[in-house]
Ligand binder design. Structure first.
Ligand code: F6P
Length: 545
């Protein structure tokens, strides 16, 4: 595999970087006040403004050339057309097929997967309608009032994030709860408020073997059996999985299982039947809109030239900062309370995908890959960590995300929220110079000695890069597009770094060792071979448990 450092465009980028990295973003704007026209992309009702970045037209041209040389186009086509690009698991990567609204077939191993997808969607519609209109009854004949999704990772983060984001679409509907952690306090806190007669558990697990999910599911079963016969629990459990055998063995009726397929990666699975809790919460019509929004972004990603392609530009900018500016962290800052789980969702999506250190040939790489993804909804973050964004020693590129219209009628709140979001991007970019600080202090009547004393602390270097993503309103369709935009950015970056974004071997070792530690916790003596520290921790736990 060719190292990216060997591509001519990469060498040109290296040379270009040395020429532009000292130019302040203020200077870029002063030299070209309308650069926002040059560095913005509109998509449906979205505006993606990436003008507050350390780029010139030459930067973008070189990055686009790099994407071309590295054959990004070919990887995109392979993904959409069902090639097994997740080669360490011998799987296609087809979350895009789940939301394919066209009549184009999508082939895996010579078979069109679309009829299977449509049939599961039809079953989801029938089932969710039945639960939502009260025709699905609990064992005592009462309608369901509460859904509890038990799942973890991709079988939790997507549905949880989306149901939080689309709260306004749950008009007088069902209550929804999520249990993911093996920490028994989460399950206890959730179920203690619920009525066994009216609860429906969705056990969501691609493998149906995940320790946390299966332990929680078994405890939920025991909790139900406190007030009903074992045979009656069928009305209170459904499963979402690829493992029909394990589902039936657990005691869930095969009729009440919603399947998906091995070519759906856990972290890209909310579009599959893993989205069942979403559909229960907002209704199947709205779920279809979510799929449609994602499909529209898929079409944009697949068909629009790279210069006007939002996920491609996002991915290239990330590469630019990671590789050349040595930025090791990226902040996701949604200015919408309903998107408060979006940073956590993207942590799995990006870091489980691109947190890799060998390339597709299995060689150890000597450059950094995925940055640490983190964030918080605005304006809470402003009163917590923005100090570091503005005056700390790291350069942290950030995405500001803001819907124009809120769902509440407190317009003044939304104007203030918007003003803060936009002002932060301006402040991060412009900063405040020593002269500006001096002028400000002088005009407030501060004496010379205090000015000298205070001004270094009040200077903002600025020059901090941001993207701003504005859109009309947080509808299911727009949310679908937003999520798909980031999914495709992940694909782009994985391609640039030459890694497989679609496996996740890095989660295995901890799981494996936890099993051995558990054996040692449960046994009289220590059976496992552990290092001294691990041994001490287990012994301490056993002494005081
Ligand atoms: O955390 C590792 C992982 O395999 C994720 O990729 C996946 O989303 C999660 O565990 C849950 O897996 P499952 O759906 O099989 O329970």
């Amino acid at each position: 595999m060719t190292q990216f450092t060997e591509y001519p465009s990469f060498n040109a980028l290296t040379e270009h970087f040395s020429r532009i990295n000292q130019i302040h973003l203020r200077t870029h704007f002063a030299q070209n006040p309308s650069r926002c026209n040059q560095f913005s992309i509109e998509f449906n009702n979205f505006l993606f403004d990436y003008s507050k970045n350390h780029i010139t037209q030459e930067t973008i041209d070189l990055l686009l050339k790099f994407a071309e040389e590295i054959e990004l186009k070919s990887l995109i086509e392979k993904m959409f057309s069902g090639e097994k690009i997740n080669f360490t698991e011998n799987r296609a990567v087809l979350h895009t097929a789940l939301r394919n609204q066209s009549d184009r077939p999508v082939m895996v191993d010579g078979q069109d997967v679309m009829p299977g997808i449509k049939s599961v969607l039809d079953r989801m519609r029938t089932f969710t309608d039945k639960v939502r209109n009260g025709h699905w009854k609990g064992f005592s004949g009462k309608a369901i009032t509460d859904i509890v999704n038990i799942g973890i990772g991709g079988s939790d983060l997507g549905p949880y994030m989306v149901t939080e984001a689309l709260k306004p679409f749950n008009q007088d509907g069902l209550n929804i709860h999520f249990v993911s952690n093996i920490d028994g306090s989460q399950l206890t806190d959730v179920v203690e408020k619920l009525n066994q007669e009216t609860v429906l558990f969705v056990i969501a697990s691609k493998t149906f073997t995940t320790q946390e999910t299966m332990t929680n599911a078994n405890s939920a079963k025991k909790w139900l059996c406190r007030s009903m016969n074992h045979a009656d629990i069928v009305n209170h459990f459904v499963a979402v999985s690829t493992n029909a055998e394990a589902v039936v063995e657990f005691g869930i009726d095969a009729e009440n299982m919603f399947e998906f397929w091995d070519w759906v990666g856990g972290r890209f699975s909310l579009w599959s039947s893993i989205g069942l809790p979403i559909a229960l919460y907002i209704g199947m019509d709205r779920f279809d809109e979510l799929l449609d929004g994602a499909f529209q972004m898929d079409e944009h990603f697949r068909n629009v030239n790279f210069a006007n392609n939002i996920p491609v530009i996002m991915g290239l900018l990330g590469f630019w900062y990671n590789h050349f500016f040595q930025c090791k962290s990226h902040a996701i800052l949604p200015y919408d309370q309903h998107l408060h789980r979006f940073p956590a969702y993207l942590q799995q999506a990006e870091m489980e995908s691109n947190g890799k250190s060998v390339n597709r040939d299995g060689q150890v790489i000597d450059y950094s890959t995925c940055p640490v993804i983190w964030g918080e909804s605005g304006t809470n973050g402003q009163h917590a960590f923005y100090q570091l964004l503005h005056q700390g020693t790291h350069m942290i590129p950030a995405d500001f995300i803001l819907p124009v219209k809120p769902y509440h009628d407190l317009q003044q709140h939304h104007d203030i929220l918007t003003a803060n979001c936009i002002a932060q991007t301006e402040a991060l970019m412009m900063g405040k110079t020593k002269d500006e600080v001096r002028q400000e202090l002088e005009s407030s009547g501060v004496d010379e000695a205090s000015i000298n004393h205070l001004s270094p602390h009040k200077v903002f270097k600025g020059n901090k890069p941001t993207n701003t993503i504005l859109f009309d309103q947080l509808t299911p369709r727009n949310l679908g597009s937003l999520i798909a935009m980031y999914e495709h950015k992940i694909t782009v970056q994985g391609c640039l770094w030459g890694i497989n974004s679609f496996d996740q071997w890095g989660v295995e070792l901890g799981k494996q060792l936890a099993k051995q530690v558990l054996v040692d916790i449960d046994s009289e003596t220590m059976t496992g071979q552990h290092d001294g520290s691990t041994q001490q921790l287990i012994a301490f736990y056993k002494k005081y448990k």
